[in-house]
Design a protein around this ligand. Structure first.
Ligand SMILES: *[C@@H]1O[C@H](CO)[C@@H](O)[C@H](O)[C@H]1NC(C)=O
Ligand SMILES: *[C@@H]1O[C@H](CO)[C@@H](O)[C@H](O)[C@H]1NC(C)=O
Ligand SMILES: *[C@@H]1O[C@H](CO)[C@@H](O)[C@H](O)[C@H]1NC(C)=O
Ligand SMILES: *[C@@H]1O[C@H](CO)[C@@H](O)[C@H](O)[C@H]1NC(C)=O
Ligand SMILES: *[C@H]1O[C@@H](CO)[C@H](O)[C@@H](O)[C@@H]1NC(C)=O
Length: 590
């Protein structure tokens, strides 16, 4: 039997195994594919790999960990499988950059080696402690599968690369007590220092079905004590992974705030990643440092109908304060939407989205996100369009750039909202369902209009990103839906046992908080082969989709601007650029 036959028989066995009971779920996230997690990658299929997103050369990645700016370098650590393309064998991989665009890989910062992390070095964060330097807080898993919080210190804090990390023997710094669930206790946040002389960090957890954010205090960053009450919790939300807790200014809408900022004009943001739904949500609210309690604002819903950093494929996100440029920057993980079999055969899975700045919107009801300015250094060939009316059923091609690897910004002008469809109040809580019901091919009044990305000319394959405007008869205001619809994205049909399409092709959607008083709305999409990040109305609503076209790839992909509503819309301006590859992307990763 030839090698390739042996490989295919082996693959077949793997696939048979996959469909049986090889999946041992500790819980939704840490799905353990026992036989697959160490199966080495034979080769890497580059077809759908990104060009300008952060991605190691092969294998599985998930959560971004401990991002920081230190001594002239941005650092990104991330959860990485050293052996294969599914979750398992997780270490803290480590890369550095001067500009958040070009990255160089260093040796792994943390890997299981001590009794307090022998079964896992899971997510965490970094705090710069004056006099000590950067300190990692991370979750370790012991041989009993109990989750513990640990710390690690740089061997040499004066090394700007922070290459070597030491895990002191007085770890762990926090163990679950008898009231807590030791299988649900993880992801410590960056700590902050308060006037009362204490450091504080937040750790995600659950008690029965209640999602919990515990708060721990320490004077010396070694001895930590759990506060009597969680900083916040919410019934029926399940495990709170990857909490993030930070202040935003309510008067300065240009600069971010560091964690220990204290002042009158602030709100706090509490974000959690919900293990049950695999989506995140956040609330805006008030943090009382005396009581160590956080209370969301009345109009900021707590739970999975709440606000999101990103309404698409985005999870386990984490922000850090970049004191070089006074901004708060968000990292987040976008997993694959294809199948586990696909991930194994392509040899890689997961990427980090383009870092985004985070600010409070001047309406103070939600945050706004924008790709870091540094990414614009990759803009190459440029084309534009101005003052073009688009009638119903029309689409205009954006030519002269590379549509599979592009940055496109468009501002639409809507002359009249009269024809907008009436908004049925029952739609309200389910933008995803609404987008599914009213896709880009369902004629409307005002909209659907927007971009058609990664498309074949006959629209056999395409991923539309668009708006649809409704009239809300109860508020007399327009209600704007934004969709990034993966349903028509790929001809690939991979039928499961019940004949369902196994590829995940959601019609991701969110509402956009705009009144359209001046008739304008903008859309920016960063398109990178299998990832499309879209920013509606300058970042009020953000949606990331992962798609895997089979025909609309590389130079066969096309980009259009379209309208399928009876109301004519005007493309006031459209600017599009080909995006170049960074010179150095994670060069030399292990
Ligand atoms: C593991 O669990 C056993 C039995 O509950 C206990 O005696 C032991 O101390 C635990 N070991 C660790 C490393 O936590
Ligand atoms: C503890 O957490 C684990 C993991 O989330 C969960 O499976 C288990 O049901 C939880 N136990 C209790 C008592 O809530
Ligand atoms: C616009 O609507 C027509 C008619 O339903 C459809 O054929 C076309 O694919 C639609 N365009 C998009 C981008 O969905
Ligand atoms: C409209 O698009 C949706 C999503 O791609 C598809 O399921 C449906 O069949 C399309 N309808 C028509 C009439 O083309
Ligand atoms: C990403 O993959 C899809 C398809 O397998 C799942 O449906 C999502 O739940 C998953 N998202 C996360 C955050 O794990």
């Amino acid at each position: 039997m030839g090698v390739s036959n042996i490989v295919s028989v082996f693959l077949l066995l793997v696939l048979i195994n996959l469909s049986s009971n090889n999946i041992k779920g500790i819980e939704a996230f840490h799905k353990v594919y026992e036989k697959l997690q160490s199966q080495s990658v034979e080769s890497v299929n580059p077809l759908h790999r990104s060009a300008f997103h952060f991605q190691p050369p092969k294998h599985w990645i998930n959560d971004p960990n401990g991002p920081l700016y230190y001594k002239g370098f941005y650092h990104l650590f991330y959860q990485y499988n050293t052996k294969g393309a599914v979750w398992g064998n997780i270490v803290w991989a480590h890369s550095i950059s001067k500009d958040l665009v070009n990255w160089e890989a260093l040796e792994h910062a943390l890997y299981p080696s001590k009794w307090f992390d022998v079964k896992g070095t899971w997510s965490g964060s970094i705090t710069i402690v004056p006099g000590k330097g950067p300190i990692i807080l991370y979750t370790g898993v012991n041989k009993n599968e109990t989750q513990l919080q640990n710390y690690a210190i740089p061997e040499d804090p004066s090394d700007p690369y922070l290459r070597k990390w030491i895990k002191p023997d007085d770890n762990p710094i926090a163990m679950p007590d008898y009231t807590m669930n030791g299988s649900a206790f993880r992801d410590p946040t960056t700590a902050w220092f308060s006037k009362d002389g204490h450091w504080r960090t937040v750790v995600g957890s659950r008690r029965k079905h209640r999602g919990i954010a515990y708060i721990y205090r320490s004077r010396d960053f070694k001895h930590w004590v759990k506060a009597k009450h969680p900083v916040h919790s919410k019934e029926s939300t399940g495990m709170w992974e990857c909490p993030d807790f930070f202040p935003v200014s309510t008067t300065d809408f240009e600069n971010g705030l560091d964690l220990d900022y204290v002042g009158p004009n602030t709100k706090h943001v509490l974000k959690v990643s919900l293990d049950i739904t695999r989506f995140e949500y956040y609330t805006l609210g008030k943090y009382d440092p005396k009581k160590d309690r956080y209370v969301p604002d009345g109009n900021s819903p707590d739970g999975w109908e709440g606000l999101r950093f990103d309404y698409g494929n985005f999870y386990a996100s984490k922000t850090f304060f970049d004191y070089k440029k006074n901004r708060r920057i968000l990292w987040g993980w976008a997993n694959e939407s294809d199948t586990v079999e696909d991930d194994i055969s392509k040899g890689w899975a997961g990427l980090q989205v383009i870092p985004r700045t985070v600010l409070l919107d001047s309406n103070k009801r939600h945050l706004v996100f924008w790709p870091i300015e540094e990414i614009e250094s990759l803009r190459g060939n440029y084309v534009r369009m101005n003052n073009q009316n688009i009638k119903m059923g029309q689409r205009l091609e954006v030519k002269g750039i590379t549509p599979a690897q592009a940055d496109v910004e468009v501002t639409f002008n809507i002359p009249s909202l009269e024809k907008a469809e009436t908004f049925d109040p029952s739609f309200k809580l389910k933008p995803l369902e609404l987008c599914k019901m009213k896709g880009s091919n369902v004629t409307g009044g005002v909209g659907p209009f927007g971009l058609i990305t990664l498309a074949t000319p006959d629209l056999e394959e395409y991923t539309p990103v668009f708006f649809r405007v409704f009239k809300d008869t109860s508020t007399h205001k327009p209600k704007v839906l934004m969709c990034s619809d993966a349903r028509p994205s790929s001809l690939k049909q991979d039928r499961g046992p019940l004949k369902q399409d196994k590829m995940y092709k959601p019609s991701f959607a969110g509402f956009v908080d705009v009144d359209l008083a001046d008739g304008r709305i903008s859309l920016r999409s960063l398109i990178d082969h299998s990832v499309i990040e879209s920013f509606g109305a300058l970042g009020k609503t953000v949606i990331t989709s992962r798609v895997y076209p089979v025909k609309a790839v590389k130079e066969n992909a096309h980009l259009y601007v379209f309208n399928n509503g009876t109301q004519i819309v005007n493309v006031e301006s459209l600017n599009a650029w080909s995006m170049q590859r960074p010179l150095q992307m994670n060069n030399g990763a292990q």
